[in-house]
Design a protein around this ligand. Structure first.
Ligand code: ZN
Length: 315
């Protein structure tokens, strides 16, 4: 797909539907009403909806979109594929305004589609902790957003002055492996300890900067290397936090450069998006096409509806 924005799934609705069938039914077609894989027949003929199936078990009809976010959406599948492709292949993400222009849909529709795809990119449940024997896990926190400090005094929200309206993101990166980001309320031992204990295998080498919050919990791991950033120590042999810092650099360029403002309420979905692209990155052998397909696979079963501040969204 990289050289292949010409792919017919972006323009031909029946090709887009066939591609979704291949993704959703990769282990075989099943009836979304009763779950059977037996006695399913394609309903042929011009008088029927394209892609229609009939289930001989429960006597109901279905298409590949039944039971997915696509079912109630009026957005054609070609546009869902294009949105998933654009979001999967652009390193910094794509804003709803850009997406609206690329898809030829309203801003509201683009917003709806992009949040559904972000939700699809979110890992439902982690397979286990990061790291393991001989493996390195880097941990760090960063601040995202917040322009309160730059605003004219009269326009500042006094309640936000303390933290300058910034949100704290804490990320773990297994070196050459996956990233896991969390929006945390504060950087404290009390907040970070349970995250590190549950998300990092205790046989791992932990690498952090010299933030005091890591000192205690660091003793729970095979080894804890502390980089003394306050005296400009950034690399000591194998000890560094360049992976997590590289992740933050991309995240910040994306969030401030592309999205400008991310509300507290939606931050976790943007983090899921950046984690997803990092975890399925080119350097780990994942192509843009494979990443797009993985994003579309994640849509299965995720039917959340969003009711944002500007009113109900239907698309
Ligand atoms: Zn059935």
């Amino acid at each position: 797909m990289a050289s292949d924005i010409q792919n017919p799934i972006f323009t031909d609705e029946s090709k887009a539907r066939e591609a979704l069938e291949a993704v959703r039914w990769r282990d075989g077609c099943f009836c979304p009403h009763c779950g059977t894989m037996e006695g399913l027949a394609r309903v042929q003929g011009k008088s029927h909806r394209a892609g229609l199936f009939y289930c001989n078990e429960c006597k109901k009809q279905f298409t590949v979109t039944v039971g997915t976010v696509f079912e109630r959406s009026k957005v054609p599948l070609t546009k869902w594929w294009l949105a998933a492709y654009l979001m999967s292949s652009s390193k910094k993400g794509i804003s709803s305004h850009q997406l609206s222009r690329a898809l030829g849909v309203s801003y509201k529709t683009a917003w709806f589609v992009s949040h559904r795809i972000r939700e699809a990119m979110r890992v439902g449940s982690f397979p286990g902790p990061l790291g393991g024997e001989g493996k390195i896990v880097e941990a760090d926190a960063t601040y995202i957003g917040g322009k309160e400090a730059n605003k004219h005094l009269s326009k500042r929200d006094s309640k936000r002055i303390g933290g300058m309206g910034k949100q704290i993101v804490h990320t773990l990166v297994e070196r050459h492996g996956h990233a896991r980001s969390l929006h945390v309320p504060e950087v404290s031992g009390k907040t970070l300890r349970p995250i590190l204990i549950s998300q990092i295998h205790h046989n791992s080498f932990l690498m952090t900067d010299d933030a005091g919050q890591y000192r205690h919990v660091g003793k729970e791991f095979a080894k804890h290397e502390i980089l003394n950033h306050s005296i400009d120590e950034y690399v000591r042999g194998d000890a560094h936090t360049n992976s997590v810092e590289g992740f933050f650099a991309t995240l910040k360029r994306g969030i401030t450069g592309t999205f400008h403002h991310v509300s507290q309420q939606h931050l976790k979905r943007y983090l899921a998006e950046f984690d997803f692209r990092y975890n399925e990155r080119q350097a780990r052998g994942v192509s843009d096409k494979e990443r797009t397909i993985k994003a579309m696979q994640g849509i299965e079963g995720k039917r959340l509806t969003y009711r944002p501040v500007d009113g109900g969204l239907k698309s």
